[in-house]
Design a protein around this ligand. Sequence first.
Ligand code: ADP
Ligand code: TYD
Length: 299
Amino acid sequence: MPQALSDNQRGLFVTFEGGDGAGKSTQIRFLARFLEDRGREVLRLREPGGTAVGEALRRVVLDPAHGAMSDRAELLIYEAARAQIVDEVIRPALARGAVVLCDRFYDSTVAYQGAGRGLDGAFIDAANRFACDGLVPDVTVLLVAPEAAVRSRMGRRAGADRLEQAGDAFHRRVAEGFAALAAAEPERVRTVSSQLQRVDTFRAVLAELVPVLPEAAEALTDGEYLDALVSQVMDEKRRERERERKRKNARKRGRGGKGARGGGSSKGPRGGKGARGAADGKRGAGKSSKSVKKGEHRG
Ligand SMILES: Nc1ncnc2c1ncn2[C@@H]1O[C@H](COP(=O)(O)OP(=O)(O)O)[C@@H](O)[C@H]1O
Ligand SMILES: Cc1cn([C@H]2C[C@H](O)[C@@H](COP(=O)(O)OP(=O)(O)O)O2)c(=O)[nH]c1=O
């Protein structure tokens, strides 16, 4: 495993792992809002992606048209995207004291290319070390949901990508790979069931983060605040989805107006806010400047 960062790292690096549809990006949104409400600088990132190079590589590696891609090529593309986001975005953000929330990181390579594809584990560890240049997450939240729940959630999503199309046996091996990682590194990799209601899963996530985020302990005693935060974030997500749908329709009709020009949120991010935009681009998310006030319920 890569070595820990030196002591002068001031920020906090939390990664979220788990199968497709486990609820990672949803929980990251909640946690980001929780931290922003407390005045922290938060970067929401995704892997592969989060940089111009990474987003371009993402399109290549996930494109269902690239069915002929070799497993070794696939591994190296993920590592290339990772090296770029570590150097360009994550290290500088941690150095200035930001909280970095990353949707997947090197554990995904261990699970998908190692356990899933059967590539050599020692090589993957070395490649991960090389790509991360010694960077290790402070905490990794592994979200686990039963296959049936994930299937019904994924059913709501449009068009499966190349990895999502890899088949049940592959995804079962991936799940076993994640479970093995959690067993091997129980201090860093904290398993959370995401089978519960979104807010209950969020509570479980916060509980795991108390050692690195002491402010989470107090929030856990305030059920109303957490309910309000979750419903506000979900409301925003619904509105963003609606805007995205309208933009797509406008593009289809070939009007090419304002909406179509604004549709490139996942293109060309270079770090900082742009890098978060890349994560946002995943499902067309964005960030409202509004904070959830204690006891405020929406929707
Ligand atoms: N606890 C939950 N209960 C029901 N649906 C959920 C829950 N968490 C997430 N979802 C929904 O499941 C889908 C996949 O969640 P998402 O956060 O995008 O997963 P991931 O980022 O792991 O692929 C989304 O539609 C999301 O709203
Ligand atoms: C980071 C990483 C992702 N992947 C896969 C997992 C996902 O199927 C895909 C990224 O797609 P993404 O849409 O971000 O994942 P999810 O569906 O969970 O929201 O890439 C790997 O195979 N190896 C890796 O190292």
